[in-house]
Design a protein around this ligand. Structure first.
Ligand SMILES: *Cc1c(COP(=O)(O)O)cnc(C)c1O
Length: 223
């Protein structure tokens, strides 16, 4: 199977999962996660018409995607990895959506950079649903307050929430927790579900799924 075949197979699986959950497939956006893959490896997906991609590192993405954007229009690039506040300028410049807003210092830096650059990427708050010490994301018990700080102090529009469940646990309870935090904060978008669990995420309300290896193949190194 080529990368394009795997993209199509993933779209079919996504549509089936949506229908099984009595949802409209159009309400679920497939983000193809291309971290570690080169521009040459990504090009066939752009040729096939796909436009929505995810990367987890600011520097890697800015180099790779500035070249691709010169050849293909209407690309929507999502930052799905942790963001250091000193990389905010480059992140706001490079990405159309930042999914890893998770602390006040970053909210402040993003707000400042947006008003300076007049570029306004869409924002998702990342929640560390498993409260893992090494993982990015606001803790679940701090989520409501953090979302309010973003909205009221920094005047940031928050589209929705994102999570990456712990690798060795069932994902479903984490997706359900994310959906519950979004519901009580009136946030419409849920970015959850990866190659191994996007069907479960769709059952639990995902509006964005982030699929890497199922489309791109195995990555050569872990990131
Ligand atoms: C790498 C990554 C993905 C995609 O993971 P796969 O298992 O390859 O589908 C999704 N979300 C985030 C945050 C990632 O870092």
């Amino acid at each position: 199977m080529t990368i394009t075949d795997r993209l199509n197979a993933t779209k079919t699986a996504l549509a089936r999962a949506a229908v099984d959950s009595n949802r409209d497939p159009k309400d679920i956006t497939l983000i193809c996660v291309t971290k570690t893959f080169s521009a040459e490896e990504i090009a066939p997906l752009l040729e096939a018409g796909h436009r929505i991609f995810g990367e987890n590192r600011v520097q890697e993405a800015s180099g790779k995607w500035s070249g691709l954007r010169a050849h293909y229009s209407n690309i929507e690039l999502h930052l799905i990895g942790p963001l250091q506040s000193n990389k905010t300028r480059e992140a706001v410049e490079t990405f159309d959506v930042i999914q890893s807003l998770d602390r006040e210092k970053l909210a402040s830096a993003i707000a400042e950079e947006m008003s300076r650059s007049k570029r306004y990427p869409k924002l998702f708050v990342q929640i560390n649903t498993g409260a893992e010490p090494q993982k990015a994301g606001a803790l679940p018990q701090e989520a409501d307050n953090f979302i309010k700080i973003c909205q009221e102090i920094y005047k940031l529009k928050i589209e929705g929430l994102m999570c990456v469940p712990p690798v060795n646990e069932q994902a479903a309870p984490h997706f359900a927790l994310l959906a519950e935090i979004a519901r009580r904060n009136n946030l419409a978008q849920l970015s959850m579900g990866m190659s191994s669990d996007f069907e479960v995420a769709i059952q639990l309300g995902a509006t964005f799924v982030r699929v890497g290896s199922k489309i791109m193949g195995q990555r050569d190194y872990l990131t």
